[in-house]
Design a protein around this ligand. Sequence first.
Ligand code: ATP
Length: 235
Amino acid sequence: MLLEAEGLSVTYGRTRAVASVDLAVGEGEIVTVLGANGAGKTSLLRALQGAVKPSRGRIVLGGRDVTAQSSAARVRGGMVLVPEGRQIFVSMSVHENLLMGAYLRRDGSADADIAAIYERFPNLARRRDMKASVLSGGEQQMLAIGRALVARPRLVMLDEPSLGLSPLFVEQLFSLLRDLNRDGIAILLVEQNTTMALELASRGYVFELGEVVLEGSSDRLLGDEALVAAYLGGA
Ligand code: ATP
């Protein structure tokens, strides 16, 4: 497995946001994490990326225990997070945002990678010197993903990337995720678009109050009547 979390718990004061979660993502796999607001999905991703320290458990990336490692070390280890709300630097240009993605790279030179991002996202290339604040929501999401890709990840984790996007941009986003996966990048996707996420992923985990209450192949989860009733609006 590329990424493994074992018995992972995240606690804020007396709130247990993530409770003894076991989760794995294989090399080149797409896995989705589903669940209602407050179920602990963001806390899980933040713990995996190293932004929050787990109270218990272990995180293993590419066979190495990274539980005690910094976020920067995990990025260098091949794992990047595209956070909820994108969190791009709005007062910086598109190009400067991409350069920030290269900041953690050991070799320092990211020219070729940034050129590849511009090739993948022609809209970003055209707006290279504009402030990120003038981009549309969909373009900002592409920039956030582009910035993550500059680090040459083996695994990209995304926290509700479709939030606030128009249906057209959501389609583009999912097709981008499919492309990235075809290029060999594994994806751990937290989504509210449950059906689309399960159709993209090969496996899914369903969170409730910090615990995994259901996991399995996407086909199995899509065929689960209770899950469909709870999260897919009975569709
Ligand atoms: P959402 O979809 O709303 O982002 P989520 O599934 O990502 O929800 P989390 O944001 O991880 O869930 O929150 C899990 C629980 O932890 C919630 O009860 C939340 O109120 C609590 N929580 C999250 N962040 C903090 C924090 N920084 N301090 C205290 N409690 C927090």
